[in-house]
Design a protein around this ligand. Structure first.
Ligand code: PLP
Length: 364
């Protein structure tokens, strides 16, 4: 009988994170403001030939390199950042090698590591969910090949300091250290300028969040030219589609769209955080386009009740340390008015049924 590799056969069945599109999707950390009008105009101007020819990724890599202040040899464009993670892990992780990360974090890390037959080593973050730098350093072993860190992190929204991240990169010169900057624009701290001094460091970005292009799929992996060359050798030549490549110049040029969107998100996340503080709920101060909040034991009732009000939020309670937590993406100002009211009403209802734990307003 035909059998897949054991590491694939033992994976849990895949479930799309998209639960439903009926209602306002505040569950997937997408841009609720759409994308730049200049990008949309470029998309609308595309011809049949633009679509019928194979894409030229290299042109996009030159544009992106120029924007990031690195050389084109240091940039690999990918089909969303998910593909960058897959290429990176495949390059450095063999069966039995160790993939090290702090949990909770982005769920794709263990999934991709397990598919490769790697040993997934999770270091639990403490109660404050901050990056446990000392514990991570202590868990580096001769078998560790990749350390993955989302900064800021998903689902916590927390950012670690550049100094801590560099400490990890410096402690592990023979280990690929990935800093996943999917939410960079909402935070502003980056390690891109540190690539030159740390040949084992990789920084990944995406156009799915602040640029509002999740549907077009474009990710960026940067590292030293030497290491990126290994990944380029086996990345599929036409992995990035011609539509997003045609839009890339406009997307990068329209920084005022990104700035305005980021400013709006920062305002919206403050509104969420203020509401949670007022309601006495524990939340984690976010550097991203979402906020993690602990609603308590009735988390499922909370999520269902929000859905009945037309708003989808993400139950994060299966992530270690996030019991009773939901992750809520920041919407546009108009959407936030409705979302804030829905949260108030839902909490009043669920608290009325006295299922929710009540946490005095502790800030962390
Ligand atoms: C931390 C993190 N990394 C990577 C990604 C994947 O982004 P992309 O849409 O570019 O595949 C996400 C998406 O939610 C994310 O939260």
């Amino acid at each position: 009988m035909l059998k897949p590799r054991p590491s694939i056969a033992s994976l849990s069945p895949y479930h799309s994170p998209i639960v439903s599109r009926a209602g306002l999707s505040l569950d997937l950390n997408e841009s609720m403001a759409g994308c730049s009008a200049r990008v949309l105009a470029r998309l609308r101007s595309l011809s049949a030939t633009d679509v019928s020819l194979y894409p030229e990724r290299e042109v996009g890599e030159r544009l992106t390199a120029n924007f990031l202040g690195v050389t084109p040899e240091q940039v690999l464009l990918t089909n969303g950042m998910d593909e960058a993670l897959s290429l990176l892990f495949t390059t450095y992780l063999g069966a039995g090698d160790e993939l090290l990360f702090a949990d909770p974090t982005f769920v794709m890390y263990p999934m991709l590591g397990e598919a490769l037959g790697a040993k997934v080593v999770r270091v639990h973050s403490g109660e404050n969910l901050a990056l446990p730098t000392a514990d991570l350093l202590a868990r580096i072993s001769p078998g560790t090949r990749v350390i993955a860190i989302a900064n800021p992190n998903n689902p916590t929204g927390l950012a670690a300091s550049r100094a801590d991240l560099l400490k990890i990169a410096e402690a592990a010169p023979d280990i690929a250290v990935l800093v996943d900057e999917a939410y960079f624009e909402f935070c502003g701290e980056t390690l891109i300028m540190d690539l030159a001094r740390h040949p084992n460091l990789f920084v990944a970005r995406t156009f799915s969040k602040a640029y509002g292009l999740a549907g077009l799929r474009l990710g960026v992996l940067t590292g030293t030219a030497e290491q990126i060359d290994y990944l380029r050798r086996f990345s599929l030549p036409f992995n990035v589609n011609s539509l997003v490549l045609a839009c890339l110049e406009e997307a990068l040029a329209d920084q005022s769209f990104v700035r305005d969107h980021v400013a709006q998100v920062k305002q919206g996340r403050e509104q969420l955080e203020q509401l949670f503080a007022e309601l006495g709920l524990r939340f984690w101060p976010s550097q991203t386009n979402f906020v993690l909040v602990r609603v308590g034991a009735a988390v499922k009732t909370f999520v269902d009740s929000m859905r009945r009000r037309g708003i989808l939020v993400r139950d994060s309670s299966s992530n270690p340390g996030c019991e009773g937590c939901v992750r809520i993406t920041v919407g546009t100002p108009e959407q936030m008015d409705g979302a804030l009211q829905a949260i108030r009403d839902t909490l009043a209802e669920t608290r009325g049924s006295s299922l929710l734990e009540f946490h005095p307003n502790v800030n962390h």
